[in-house]
Design a protein around this ligand. Structure first.
Ligand SMILES: Nc1ncnc2c1ncn2[C@@H]1O[C@H](COP(=O)(O)OP(=O)(O)OP(=O)(O)O)[C@@H](O)[C@H]1O
Length: 806
């Protein structure tokens, strides 16, 4: 391990010492599959710019900031000069100074002689939590700039004050879309004085959400121009590939990138940890690994016992609850004072619950926290020593950002990726170079998605009537969509432009977070108390009648789900089982837009119609997960027109396979297994989550007449993921093949071809036939792209030093 750069924390722990203790118990050492140490980095500082307001400089000096780092100065100079800039440097690299220095300086310089507002700044964060954290950071500087958060929680009297007096307004895209833009006429002075728009954590805007935010930002530009201002955009992003390109697609403006990170950093020790195989058998007798959550609960326990302040990122809300609960149970056996120092944190908690947990984490009262990515973004907690990432978070950028939550006080830090039992995580622990040496991916989203753009054209017309001159702002598909909106009567042409005349609120047409409608309220039977919410899209699968639902460590049983009223009624219960929904899916091709032949096989991309229905749920014994019962459900079909990538294999090629021992009867299992594994691997090539995409496979599809495997986007109009799959298909499908070939199971398991989301209980699946089918498909595929991860598995732990990403 890299020797220098290790330092002893106050409690005597260092990443190396922590790792040594975690691997000490019998059987633990081989779970640590790989360790990489990113060395320390020294700071490069620059002088304060002459233009910086002394009050702002003094504020930083009081915080102990003697001078800006070179990248902060570079970004601040550009923004101050009115150049749109994206600052894409690592976590804790002080990106906020890049925009605060010019913004606060401008706000103070512009004040009237009576000290009232002369200019304004909009700060846009993807979450309310990040906005409130950033408000605290602005206030700590003590500049006297009138800063305030403006979100759904803001009381009406505060909103009035914000409109009339606030100089620095921290908000989110949803609030812009539903309130600030439609109500701009009531805020003329604020818009007229708008000098900066800060878009923080902009890599977060991906997929359909990214497309929505791109349109919201175009509307901001248009309304600002209407009031006579032309704000400078400053975007901040954790390291992402091609930041200037992402920023340009997000804002529609040319944006100058600043990417050279000049901040100092302690060393980062990143370990890759694979839970062991258990003696349990899973679905269809498959070997199963210990759940990543259970393993993480053990690691969190050990770290907390050692006084190492640790954050565990868990992908699901339920998982976060379970990790915290299990760690607390373990800790109670060690010291009765310790369980209270561990908590969970996730979306669906009430705002005051979240604020209290954030405070306790900052103060050190909490030593361990199991959180979903509701906490991921930008929350500045300086004292964290270690981060457990439970399951690959979908993108390399997100992994580095989560790991970067530790070590923010420049101490050496430890990050551990705890692999889940799924194809992607298994591929990554076997091919760490795919994670550590490949460039961070570009953020995928499609601003031209008509399903996103059309409602924003309506919303823009409601903000202020649209004119032909405005259309260029909204991209090349805007004129065509405008005609459709006129034809359907949603917009009306008048001499002064295109008007929204419908009685509904236009902003209600666009669903920024793709929640699929109003969230479902979870209500306690009898008392009527609201215990939380679940997105409409998830409600069919998670809050159906009979579902077991975990909230704040408590288990609830859903008694009824009323989709019209958006209410599920729950009762506290402790059933000895969990539940999982079964869904059936059907797919039809609407149009092939692009296609290529690989030998006789064909790879295509285009538009499809997908229909889903949750038809039943399974009860699974806990622990172990074996199925103990199935219950039918009567829920409506949900339909979706979206984008898909698909590949077909003609019967002539299938006939050849028979020669290599693949029977006709094996083909459904072959296609199904290849589909599952490829869905699992797509997040490595497109910045998506496994749950953002779906798939269907059939031996003869009515639209192609051939064996066909589809992978489709999970959102109306597509999100760009399937398209990226089409573009990266040779590498993506080769990684799929490698995952199946490398897996040590005999007949298929969750690490390769089984899917937790399968509507058919993972039946049929044939891993050997899947390999041969993929070989036949890939035989005429273009050669691998240079540097793409297809190398052999590395089975032994290895230790290397390398540069940080980006
Ligand atoms: N020039 C500087 N010198 C010393 N400390 C600094 C400097 N700039 C920022 N800091 C400190 O570094 C820490 C991180 O700053 P900040 O939160 O702005 O980083 P960030 O890049 O926005 O982080 P992230 O995106 O990871 O949330 C803060 O505690 C801040 O006070």
């Amino acid at each position: 391990m890299d020797g220098h750069g290790e330092h002893e924390a106050e409690d005597g722990s260092s990443p190396a010492a922590s790792l040594a203790r975690l691997t000490f118990p019998h059987g633990r050492a081989e779970r640590l599959r790989h360790v990489r140490v990113l060395p320390r980095r020294e700071a490069v500082t620059a002088a304060w710019p002459d233009w910086a307001h002394p009050v702002v400089r003094d504020g930083y000096a009081a915080e102990g900031v003697a001078a800006p780092w070179a990248h902060q100065r570079a970004a601040a100079d550009l923004a101050h000069a009115g150049t749109h800039v994206v600052l894409a440097t690592g976590t804790a690299s002080g990106k906020s100074m890049g925009y605060l220095l010019p913004a606060l300086t401008t706000l103070l310089d512009a004040r009237t002689s009576r000290g009232t507002r002369g200019a304004s700044t909009l700060y846009v964060a993807p979450t309310k939590a990040l906005a409130s954290d950033q408000l605290a950071a602005v206030q700590r500087l003590g500049t006297g700039v009138r800063a305030v958060t403006h979100d759904g929680d803001s009381p009406p009297e505060l909103r009035d004050w914000t409109r009339d007096h606030a100089e620095y307004v921290l908000t989110n895209p949803d609030m812009l879309h539903h309130s600030l833009l439609p109500a701009h006429q009531r805020w003329p002075a604020f818009w007229r004085g708008l000098r900066f728009v800060v878009v923080d954590e902009c890599h977060h805007y991906r997929g359909v959400f990214g497309a929505h935010v791109a349109q919201v930002l175009r509307r901001v530009r248009r309304i600002a121009a209407h009031h006579g201002s032309e704000p400078t955009f400053v975007l901040a992003s954790a390291t992402a590939a091609e930041p200037a390109d992402t920023a340009r697609r997000l804002t529609g403006l040319e944006v100058t990138p600043v990417t050279e990170d000049a901040s100092p950093r302690g060393s980062v020790t990143l370990g890759m940890w694979q839970p062991p195989l258990t003696s349990h058998q899973g679905e269809n007798g498959a070997p199963v690994r210990r759940a990543a959550g259970s393993e993480a609960a053990d690691l969190l326990t050990d770290l907390v016992v050692d006084g190492v302040r640790t954050l565990a990122f868990v992908r699901s809300r339920r998982g976060a609850e379970q990790v915290a609960r299990t760690a607390r149970e373990h800790l109670a056996d060690v010291d009765p004072a310790l369980p209270a120092r561990v908590s969970s944190y996730r979306g669906g908690y009430l705002p005051e619950e979240r604020r209290e947990i954030e405070r306790a984490l900052r103060s050190g009262e909490l030593l361990g926290l199991a959180a979903t990515n509701a906490l991921e973004l930008g929350i500045d907690v300086a004292g964290l020593d270690a981060v457990l990432v439970v399951g690959f978070p979908g993108t390399r950028a997100a992994l580095w950002q989560q790991v970067g939550r530790a070590g923010r006080a420049r101490q050496d830090s430890l990050g551990l990726l705890v692999a889940r039992d799924d194809p992607l995580d298994t591929y990554l622990v076997a091919h760490p170079e795919a994670l550590l040496d490949a460039p961070v991916e570009q953020t995928v989203f499609d601003p031209d998605n008509p399903y996103v753009l059309a409602p924003h054209l309506c919303a823009a017309a409601a903000d202020h009537p649209l004119t032909d001159a405005d259309l260029g702002l909204f991209g090349p598909t805007a004129p065509v969509l405008l005609d459709q909106l006129l034809a359907t009567g949603l917009l009306r042409r008048r001499p002064a432009g295109y008007f929204w005349t419908d009685r509904r609120r236009a902003s209600d047409l666009a669903d920024l977070r793709s929640s699929g409608g109003s969230p479902v309220q979870l209500v306690e039977a009898g008392s009527g108390r609201v215990i939380g919410t679940v997105d409409a899209a998830r409600a069919h699968g998670e809050a159906h009648e009979g579902a077991v639902y975990v909230h704040l460590g408590e288990t609830w049983l859903v008694e009824s789900l009323d989709l019209d009223e958006h209410v599920a009624v729950l009762r506290r219960a402790d059933p000895p089982y969990s539940t999982s929904a079964r869904e059936v899916t059907d797919i039809r091709i609407v149009e092939e837009q692009r296609g290529v032949d690989w030998g006789g096989c064909r790879l295509a991309f285009g538009t499809v119609d997908v229909s889903h229905q949750v038809v039943a749920y399974l009860r699974r014994r806990e622990p172990g997960g074996e199925v103990i019962g199935e219950q039918g459900l009567d829920l409506p079909v949900r339909s979706l027109r979206t984008a898909a990538v698909w590949w077909t294999v003609p019967s002539s090629v299938l006939a050849d396979l028979e020669g290599s021992g693949v029977d006709v009867g094996d083909l459904p299992g072959a296609a199904h297994a290849a589909e599952h594994c490829s869905i699992g691997l797509l997040p490595l090539f497109a910045t998506c989550d496994r749950w953002d995409i779906g798939g269907v496979s059939t031996v003869v599809h009515p639209d192609t007449g051939r064996l066909t495997v589809f992978v489709h986007d999970g959102h109306p109009g597509g999100a760009g993921f399937a398209e990226r799959g089409f573009e990266a298909a040779p590498d993506w499908l080769r990684a799929t093949r490698a995952t199946i070939a490398d897996c040590e199971c005999a007949e298929g398991c969750p690490s390769c071809v089984q899917s937790p989301k399968c509507g058919n209980q993972n039946n049929p699946l044939d891993k050997h036939a899947a390999l041969l089918l993929l070989d036949a498909l890939l035989r005429h595929a273009p050669p691998p792209a240079a540097g793409e991860p297809t190398g052999p598995a590395r089975a032994v732990p290895s230790t290397t030093a390398s540069r940080p990403p980006g």
